[in-house]
Design a protein around this ligand. Structure first.
Ligand code: ZN
Length: 157
């Protein structure tokens, strides 16, 4: 069988992210090692994990290995959310939104609280409407796809 070892390494390292535990910021993590032996050996040689030889059921991941694993996992396995190029906005909402400078609009959409991720995330804007004098922006979290919203208070004159 002729296969692309680098690709196997890449996907295995990405999948290792699913079985990591004992993550220590700056010091890597540990991961279960039930993967193909030759692949694990190559990942060891590439400096991503500790030597897989031994009785322990898990291996240590270097900081570099963990970060790479996280990055590859997100690249290969995260569900892609279809961006909506033109969000549905009521005319008054659109008018209010357009009054905000583009830099600010970008900032606003990049700092929306997601109650699922429990952090500030990027909002994929889907719709906007006015609620009283406030602009209500609704969309989905760019990270988890869950619904999120942001209210823009009226500017005091
Ligand atoms: Zn989220």
């Amino acid at each position: 069988m002729n296969y692309d070892e680098d690709k196997i390494d890449e996907y295995t390292l990405a999948l290792l992210y699913l079985v990591t535990h004992d993550r220590q910021e700056g010091f890597g993590a540990r991961a279960w090692k039930g993967f193909d032996w030759d692949t694990m050996n190559r990942l060891y040689e590439k400096g991503y994990i500790s030597n897989p030889i031994g009785k322990a059921k898990s291996i240590a991941m270097t900081e570099e290995g963990f970060l790479k694993s996280e990055e590859l996992f997100e690249r290969h396995f995260l569900k892609k959310i279809q961006p909506i190029p033109f969000p549905k906005m009521t005319p008054p909402a659109k008018k209010r939104w357009d009054e905000i400078p583009e830099q600010m609009r970008k900032k606003i959409l990049e700092n929306v609280w997601c109650s699922k991720c429990l952090t500030m995330v990027k909002l994929q804007l889907r719709e906007g409407r006015m609620s009283g004098r406030s602009l209500v922006l609704k969309g989905v979290c760019n990270t988890c796809g869950g619904e999120a919203a942001r209210v823009i208070e009226p500017v005091e004159e």
